[in-house]
Design a protein around this ligand. Structure first.
Ligand code: N1C
Length: 271
């Protein structure tokens, strides 16, 4: 055997390099693991803290049902039915005559429901509030939840987030009863957009005799381009259950804001 100092130095060098690479791999794995865990933890923390605002629900149990819907799945292959057990774990309390649907009017509608306790949107319920504004997905063969790098609307139809909103919106519409209101946007050419969740999921579930009336509030501005005679609203009426009475009213955004800031005005007096 050759024990020359040069050979020994080289061997020591090699061993040290291998150890350094191993150490690096371990550090990367630990950091990655912690980041992934942090993702699951931060989504869970947000979920549980929003859920706790609704006192009548068992939040950890609802979180478990939620997680089961997408964890370990290809994030492009989560059908809306995957959320069935989650929806069953957090049933809606029906709120006849107070339910508010919307499409492309998220700011005006939520500003209104926040200030005035007249109507209930999906976001005012547990199912809609826990995930509002969030992104999440799983990965095949992984027990983790990811909050970045998830497929978006244009990447695939059955993506984790879209299927959630489809399923929650379907449950919300299934619970609708009596007078139902929908705030649509009068500043766009197609206030009733055939690809929207309101058109594809909710409208077909507004069945008579459970639902009596659909009152469309078409929110107008100075730049308004449509009114209640709009062609897309004609399509809406065609698709609506004939037993449900339809009504449409053009209401300016200024009037809605003025009404919601006036605590004296009763619910029925805003339009
Ligand atoms: O596609 P949209 O509107 O017609 O969906 C709105 C419709 C409402 O009546 C709600 O009941 O569907 C329900 N809904 C939500 O409550 C909701 N909160 C947040 C649907 N989508 C919701 N989001 C997000 O906004 C979600 O990311 C979804 O894709 C958009 C839809 O908004 P939109 O096109 O204005």
């Amino acid at each position: 055997m050759d024990h020359s100092p040069e050979k020994r130095r080289r061997r020591r060098c090699l061993i040290l390099s291998v150890l350094a690479v191993l150490l690096l791999i371990i550090i990367v794995a630990v950091v990655l693991g912690l980041t992934l865990r942090k993702n699951t933890d931060s989504l869970k923390t947000t979920f549980i803290s929003r859920c706790k605002a609704f006192k009548e629900y068992d939040c950890p149990k609802i979180w478990d049902a939620f997680e089961q819907s997408y964890v370990g799945r290809d994030p492009c292959k989560v059908p809306m039915e995957a959320y069935d057990p989650f929806i069953a774990a957090a049933p809606f309390q029906p709120a006849c005559n107070r339910m508010m649907f919307w499409s492309k009017t998220t700011d005006v509608v939520h500003d209104f429901t926040e200030k005035k306790d007249c109507f209930l949107t999906l976001e005012d319920t547990l199912l809609g509030s826990v995930m509002d504004g969030l992104t999440w997905c799983g990965k095949e063969g992984s027990p983790e939840t990811f909050t970045t790098g998830c497929p978006g609307w244009t990447d695939c139809v059955n993506n984790t987030v879209r299927s959630f909103w489809n399923r929650a919106s379907a449950a919300f519409a299934d619970a609708a009863c009596g007078q139902v209101t929908a705030m649509l946007n009068g500043s766009i050419v197609t206030p009733f957009n055939p690809t929207s969740i309101f058109a594809t999921i909710e409208l077909e579930r507004l069945d008579s005799p459970r639902v009596k009336n659909l009152n469309v509030v078409l929110v107008t501005q100075e730049t308004t381009v449509t009114n209640c005679t709009n062609a897309s609203l004609k399509n809406l009426q065609k698709e609506l259950d004939p037993g449900v009475k339809y009504n449409c009213k053009e209401v300016s955004e200024a009037q809605i804001q003025e009404c919601s800031s006036n605590p004296e005005k009763p619910c029925g007096a805003c339009w």
